[in-house]
Design a protein around this ligand. Sequence first.
Ligand code: AMP
Length: 282
Amino acid sequence: MEIIRTINEMTAWSRAQSARGKSIGLVPTMGYFHEGHLSLMRRAGQKADRVVVSLFVNPIQFGPEEDLSTYPADFARDQELAAQAGAAVLFVPDAADMYPDDSRTTVAVSGLTDYLCGADRPGHFAGVTTVVCKLFHIVQPDLAVFGSKDFQQLVVIRRMCTDLNMNIRIFAHPIVREDDGLAMSSRNAYLNTSQRQSALCLSVAIRSARTLAASGELNVEQLTAACQKIIGSCPDAETDYISFFNRDTLQPVTRIDDQTRMALAVRIGNRVRLIDNGQVLV
Ligand code: AMP
């Protein structure tokens, strides 16, 4: 596996691959790999001839009070894992090259970013769409794989591709979980043992809402209260939001139907913000 650190080299590599008729699959990441990331890389390898994994902790998607400076990192381990997962290139651009002082352009998707994490993290999705748009131009992939763990991100990126006529196929990969149900996340590394236990409230809440909905409780107020009760019973856990929404428009709903997805964001120990989501009626 090659490590590429400059934008020009990355684009030159991609052009050379395309000229040889090789398709390219991109997996954008912020590193500190876990099985979720690796399954995206393997999926990209099934769909494309060459897999490029980008590793870039994108400063412009973090708010001033967020964890940019402490975001977990282990480059040597990431390098080894990406190679094992079949990546041809690990692209590790420099923040100063990605965002020169004189850059003035951002890419923002409206509407879809007003809900869920967009409401909680102003500017976050403009940071995401800007960096993904730049990565798409630099790497010029035929396809890209994103995790359903960040469901809103996936919907927003699909919209960006459609609206900006980007000819890149977007694949959604299912959420990869620990055996006890916790959705894998680089941020899980922040949790101590008791917080790790409390973090289970997210997946437990989703499963409970699903069970209640399957038994006929379709009222969102009731389902939200049931989820809140579960989160409230976990020490150190505080709800940022619990939302039931249409999976295409992301608009909140008051009654569950087969288009409804739910998502939640919970702060553990006032510091670690975790998210999870799932289809309600399965
Ligand atoms: P991140 O490094 O957290 O920005 O994530 C990079 C990509 O991996 C994104 O497309 C995420 O949605 C995806 N991802 C992160 N965690 C998981 C998971 N547990 N299951 C599936 N995909 C994930």
